[in-house]
Write a protein that binds this ligand. Structure first.
Ligand code: ACM
Length: 637
C-alpha cells in the first residue's frame, strides 16, 4: 500500500506545482485561435534565435532586436544564426505562403524544445514576436535585469490574423505638442498590441506642427502660442500681443522622415492630418490673407473661440476657417499637400473637414460671389465645393483623400474616404454609398473622454468606460463589410499636456480598440479581456509605464421613484467585486453596508461614500459623491 501511495502523492505534488507555475497564455488582442498544450519551453542563456534560410534581412534584424530585448531582463545572451535549428526560437518566412495568414497573420508554435514563429510576410513575424513577449513572464517587461525568474513560455499553438487591415490610434499633437521621442514611445506602446496605423493630427487652432518649407511662417508663427494651464487650457483673459508665445513646437521634415522610418521598422504606418477648412487658427495666424476677413489673427490665445449649442450646433467667436472663396487658399493647400505627400508614403492623406463654423463664411461677400458663380445654395454645398477642390489637390499628389464624416454633407465625390466620428451614422451612410470607411465613433472610440467616475478624473465633457470601448464593432448593422477598412481610437489632447497623462488616458482603453480591430468578433469576451488587462497592468508596472485603473471604480448612477425619492444605483464594470457605502460622512470599508440593490438615499444625507472590494481588499478608489450631484444623475421623468 505504502509503495503505491508515495508515487501518487508525489505525482499530485508535481501536478499542483505545475498548475501553480504554469503560465497562462494571456495575449491581447486575443488571437483568432490559441490552443494551450501541456508543458513549457524555457529560455536559457545562449539559447539560439534562428532565422530560417531564405528569410529577408528584415527578419534578421528582428532576430537581433529580439535578442536585445530579451537580454535586458533575462541577462541572457542569445546566438542568432541561419542554421535552421528547431531548438530555441526560430523565425521563418513560409516558402509556400499560407492562404489563411494573409499579410499580417502568423503562426506561433511553442513546444518544450522551442518556439517557431512562421508567417507569409515580415509583418506576421513581427506580430508573432509581440505575442511571444506576452507569453513570457511579466518580468520580461523590466528595463533592468531580473534574477530568479524561470523564463518559461507555455506550450501553445497560435494561428492568428487580424480582422481588419486598419487598426489605428489618432494622436492630436496640435492641442498639446509631443516630442519626437514621445511619439516614438507612443508607437512602441501601440505595436505591442498589433496596431498598424498612427494618425497624426498635425494642425489645429492651437498649433501647426509640421514644417512646410515653402510656407515657413506656419511653424515660425503657427507652432507657438501662449501657455495656459487651466481647464481646457482656457483662462479668464485673452493674451494680448505682448504676452510671449512660449508654448509649442513642431516636427522638422527630418523629424517626420525619422518618425515615418521608425514606424516602417515596426509595421506602423503614419497617416498625416492637415485639418482644414475649420480648426485653422494657427494657419490664419501665419497667413491671415487666407481668411475671409483678413486682418490680424493669432494662434489660440487662451480664451474660448467657439460657441457650442445643444444639438451639436456651433459658431465661431473668432474666425478659424480658411476662406473657400479665396484662390490663394488652394495655392496654399497645394504647397502644403505637395510637401506632406512627399514626406508620408501612406496612400491616404487626411484633410480633417470637421466642425467648420460657417458664420464668417455667411457674412463674406467673396463667399456669396462664389455661391452665385458656382450655383451653390447652402453652406454645406460651399463646404462640399471646398472638399472637392482639396480632393483634386490631394489626388494630384498621388494620394487618396480621407476626411471626418462632415465631408459627407453637401455631397461627396465618389472617391473620397470617410472617417466616422459623430457616432456610427456617418460611417453607415458612407458605406451604403460605397465609400471606404474607418470607424472611430466618439460613442466607442474617443479616448480623451473620462474613463471612470467623473468626480475622480480630470474634467471632460463626456464619459466612455473601458467596457463600452470593448463593445465597439467597426462593422455596424447595415454596412457592407467590404467598405469598412477598420477602426481606430482617437486621442484628443486639449486636456492632455504631458506624456504620463497621455498614457493614463490611452491605456487600457486602447487595448480594447486593439482587440476590437484585430480579433474575430466571436472570440471577444469581456471577462476574459478584463482578466488579461489586469495581467497587462502588472507588465506596465514593471516597465514604469502608467495607465488608468478606473475600471475598478464603482459606476454611480441614480434614479427617482414616482414619489420623487432618490435611489443610488451602483454597479461595477468587473465581476467579482463587492460595493460598500456610507451616508454618514465616514469612509466605508468592508464592514459597512454592502450594496446589493438600489439604495434609498436618506433625506438628510449630504454625501454618499462608496468603495469597491475584491477578495477582501479595497480595489477601487473611494468615491465621495455629494447627494446634490447624485440627484443630477437621476434621469428626468
Ligand atoms: C472631431 O472629433 N472633431 C473629429
Amino acid at each position: 500500500m505504502k509503495k503505491k501511495i508515495l508515487p501518487l502523492i508525489l505525482a499530485m505534488g508535481i501536478l499542483a506545482a505545475h498548475s501553480q507555475t504554469k503560465p497562462s497564455a494571456s495575449v491581447i488582442p486575443v488571437p483568432a485561435s490559441l490552443i494551450e498544450n501541456s508543458g513549457t519551453f524555457t529560455l536559457k542563456n545562449n539559447s539560439v534565435i534562428s532565422i530560417s534560410a531564405g528569410s529577408s534581412k528584415e527578419i534578421d534584424g528582428m532576430g537581433l532586436q529580439l535578442a536585445k530585448v530579451l537580454h535586458t531582463a533575462t541577462g541572457y545572451n542569445f546566438k542568432t544564426d541561419n542554421a535552421g535549428t528547431n531548438e530555441g526560437i526560430k523565425l521563418e518566412l513560409l516558402a509556400t505562403p499560407s492562404t489563411s495568414l494573409g499579410n499580417e497573420g502568423y503562426r506561433l508554435k511553442v513546444t518544450s524544445t522551442g518556439v517557431l514563429i512562421s508567417a507569409n510576410k515580415p509583418a506576421g513575424i513581427f506580430y508573432g514576436i509581440q505575442s511571444l513577449m506576452q507569453l513570457l513572464p511579466k518580468e520580461i517587461e523590466s528595463k533592468t535585469l531580473v534574477q530568479n525568474v524561470a523564463w518559461t513560455v507555455p506550450c501553445v499553438t497560435i494561428d492568428d490574423q487580424p480582422r481588419f487591415g486598419w487598426r489605428g490610434l489618432m494622436l492630436d499633437v496640435s492641442r498639446h505638442f509631443f516630442t519626437k521621442q514621445e511619439v516614438k514611445k507612443f508607437m512602441d506602446d501601440m505595436v505591442k498590441f498589433k496596431f498598424n496605423l498612427l494618425h497624426l493630427h498635425l494642425t489645429d487652432d492651437e498649433g501647426w506642427r509640421i514644417e512646410i518649407k515653402s510656407l515657413p511662417k506656419l511653424t515660425s508663427i503657427g507652432a507657438w502660442r501662449v501657455e495656459r494651464n487651466g481647464k481646457w487650457a482656457n483662462s479668464p483673459k485673452a493674451a494680448d500681443a505682448s504676452e510671449p508665445k512660449t508654448y509649442g513646437g513642431f516636427y522638422t521634415q527630418e523629424d517626420i522622415k525619422e518618425l515615418v522610418k521608425y514606424g516602417q521598422e515596426r509595421f506602423l504606418t503614419i497617416m498625416p492630418e492637415i485639418d482644414v477648412p475649420g480648426h485653422s487658427m494657427a494657419a490664419l495666424a501665419s497667413y491671415p490673407e487666407l481668411s475671409c476677413t483678413g486682418g490680424e489673427h493669432s494662434v489660440y490665445n487662451g480664451i474660448p473661440f467657439m460657441n457650442w449649442f445643444p444639438g451639436g450646433k456651433f459658431e465661431a467667436i473668432t474666425e478659424n476657417g480658411l476662406c473657400p472663396a479665396n484662390e490663394n487658399v488652394y495655392e496654399f493647400l497645394d504647397k502644403v499637400f505637395t510637401e506632406v505627400a512627399a514626406l508620408f508614403p501612406f496612400e491616404y492623406i487626411h484633410m480633417g473637414g470637421d466642425e467648420c463654423a460657417k458664420n464668417f463664411w455667411e457674412k463674406s461677400p467673396a463667399v456669396q460671389a462664389l455661391m452665385k458663380r458656382e450655383g451653390l445654395k447652402t453652406m454645406p454645398e460651399v463646404e462640399s465645393y471646398f472638399v472637392r477642390r482639396v480632393e483634386k489637390i490631394v489626388n494630384s499628389k498621388g494620394k487618396k483623400l480621407m476626411g471626418w464624416d462632415e465631408i459627407l454633407e453637401g455631397g461627396i465625390s465618389p472617391t473620397a474616404n470617410v472617417m466616422s466620428w459623430r457616432g456610427v451614422k456617418g460611417g453607415i451612410e458612407a458605406a451604403k454609398s460605397k465609400h471606404n470607411v474607418v470607424m472611430s465613433p466618439s460613442s466607442f472610440a474617443y479616448l480623451d473622454y473620462v474613463q471612470g467616475e467623473p468626480l475622480l478624473e480630470a474634467p471632460v465633457y463626456a464619459s466612455l468606460r473601458l467596457n463600452k470601448v470593448y463593445s465597439f464593432d467597426p462593422i455596424q448593422e447595415g454596412m457592407d463589410a467590404k467598405y469598412v477598412l477598420g477602426g481606430q481610437g482617437n486621442q484628443w489632447t486639449e486636456q492632455i499636456g504631458n506624456y504620463r497623462n497621455l498614457q493614463y488616458m490611452t491605456w487600457p482603453r486602447a487595448l480594447a480598440i486593439a482587440e476590437d480591430t484585430w480579433s474575430p468578433k466571436e472570440k471577444k469576451d469581456w471577462s476574459s479581456f478584463a482578466s488579461r488587462v489586469e495581467k497587462q497592468f502588472d507588465r506596465w508596472d514593471l516597465a514604469d509605464d502608467t495607465y488608468s485603473k478606473a475600471m475598478y471604480d464603482a459606476i454611480v448612477a441614480a434614479s427617482k421613484d414616482e414619489k420623487g425619492n432618490l435611489f443610488a444605483n451602483i454597479s461595477t464594470e468587473l465581476g467579482g467585486m463587492t460595493i460598500y457605502y456610507s451616508f454618514d460622512e465616514s469612509n466605508p470599508d468592508n464592514y459597512y453596508p454592502k450594496y446589493t440593490a438600489p439604495v434609498l438615499v436618506p433625506k438628510d444625507a449630504a454625501t454618499m461614500k462608496i468603495v469597491t472590494y475584491r477578495n477582501g481588499k479595497q480595489i477601487g478608489k473611494q468615491i465621495n459623491i455629494p447627494i446634490t450631484e447624485l440627484a443630477k444623475r437621476a434621469p428626468k421623468k
